[in-house]
Write a protein that binds this ligand. Structure first.
Ligand code: FAD
Length: 373
């Protein structure tokens, strides 16, 4: 007789790994599937670290979720010896009239989040390496910091396994079908599996399974630069998002082991297949893209030690998609995380697990529904 899982997770990366753990915690019979063995370098979660900010320039709708996400990251950190979260603080800087910074300030005020305000001049008294224009607005969120993305996924997968989750890795899902009993048939390269519910947390290439989604795969690069010790986390240097006068945003991390990681949020190349995600340096603009920030704003940074390429799953407005999959009643999809989703992986996993267990989700997900497009 066919085994019917309560929940099948298609894509056990950032969001999927968290979902598996929280669903098993709620007593569900769970199958996790992935095309590779996560964590790995073929999705959007590699490169060791991701920034978590709470005072959220992308909009107030995210704040309740990110605050819950932080609680869950702290809880995860307490269950492993691996580093999961470092409270480095996050410095957000940009022109005085930046909408992003205005929203950071507003959300900090609304949720009483500790944020210190500087300008381009006063911030140098604290961190002399910043060469920001004097009229820049600088908001430093003390409680924010850096997540260790690969460690987090590895830990969720281990914890899920201990709770009895079935794990089927190196097995690509090729098709999703509804069967006559309203269950979902998940067809993989190695066999077919049946679930009462399915979540599709497949990241960039989600359209191979749900073609109707408005998600654009985008190649992005980031690079590690040689860095002086005053840029090190252990010397109090924070993570950062820096906006240029034309609205371009750069982000980066404090130095560890003598290198500092930097990327640019906008731009990159729209791609249509994983083979187009060529390594760092193979697209003519790669080096310029990551060099711009240090040339303009940060001293104490040397040459590029190495770089990597990765992908964003861009939605048309840069906001998340969390919704029922078009034409599939029992499938929920999380996608379109648009390059800022890792910090939410824990809470999105909890939300998907609550939904699968029939528990009310305590967040307003209306801003993330597909009907907005
Ligand atoms: C360079 C870069 C910097 C970033 N910086 C930040 C940051 O500072 N802060 C932040 O919050 N976010 C950041 N992000 C975004 C964040 O990393 C992503 O939003 C997040 O990791 C996406 O999670 P996911 O679960 O959707 O995808 P993934 O973690 O990629 O997981 C998707 C999984 O699905 C699997 N899969 C796909 N298709 C199939 C299939 N057909 N069958 C089986 N398995 C399949 C994949 O193998 C993969 O394991 C950054 C992203 C990049 C690329």
């Amino acid at each position: 007789m066919t085994h019917i899982y309560d929940l099948i997770i298609v894509g056990t990366g950032s969001v999927g790994a968290a979902t598996g753990y929280y669903a098993a915690q709620k007593g569900l019979d769970v199958l996790e599937i992935d095309a590779y063995t996560p964590p790995h370098t073929e999705g959007s979660h590699h490169g060791e670290t991701r920034i978590i900010r709470h005072a959220y320039g992308e909009g107030g709708a995210y704040v309740p979720m990110v605050l819950r996400a932080q609680e869950l990251w702290n809880e995860l950190a307490s269950m492993t010896d691996r580093p999961i979260f470092e409270a480095t603080g996050v410095l957000n800087a940009g022109p005085a009239d930046s909408e992003f910074l205005r929203t950071v300030r507003e959300t900090a005020d609304s949720y009483q989040l500790p944020v210190d305000e500087y300008n381009g001049q006063t911030v140098r008294e604290k961190w002399p390496s910043w060469n920001l224009p004097v009229d820049y607005r600088v908001l430093v969120e003390r409680g924010a910091g850096v997540l260790h993305s690969q460690n987090a996924i590895k830990t969720y997968i281990e914890l899920a396994k201990k709770l009895g989750v079935t794990q089927l890795f190196n097995n690509r899902v090729v098709r999703l079908d509804s069967d006559s009993d309203d269950n979902v048939a998940v067809v993989t390269e190695q066999g077919m599996y049946t679930g009462r519910r399915v979540v599709v947390t497949a990241g960039t290439w989600v359209k191979e399974l749900i073609p109707d989604l408005p998600v654009q795969p985008t190649r992005k690069v980031f690079a590690w630069f040689e860095a002086e010790s005053e840029l090190a986390a252990k010397n109090g240097f924070p993570a950062y998002t820096i906006e240029d006068r034309d609205g371009t945003q750069f982000y980066g991390f404090p130095a560890t082991n003598g290198t500092i990681k930097i990327g640019r949020h906008q731009g990159g190349q729209s791609i249509t297949s994983p083979t187009e995600r060529v390594p760092f340096g193979e697209v003519g603009t790669d080096v310029d893209e990551v060099n711009q920030m240090t040339d303009m704003f940060l001293s104490g940074v040397g040459s590029i030690a190495h770089g990597e390429s990765c992908t964003y799953d861009m939605s048309p407005d840069g906001d998340f998609i969390v919704d029922q999959a078009p034409r599939f009643e029992n499938i929920t999809v999380v996608s379109g995380l648009s390059g800022h989703g890792f910090k939410f992986a824990s809470v999105l996993g909890e939300i998907l697990a609550q939904e699968a267990a029939g528990i009310d989700v305590p967040f307003d997900l209306a801003p993330f529904r597909l009907k907005r497009f």
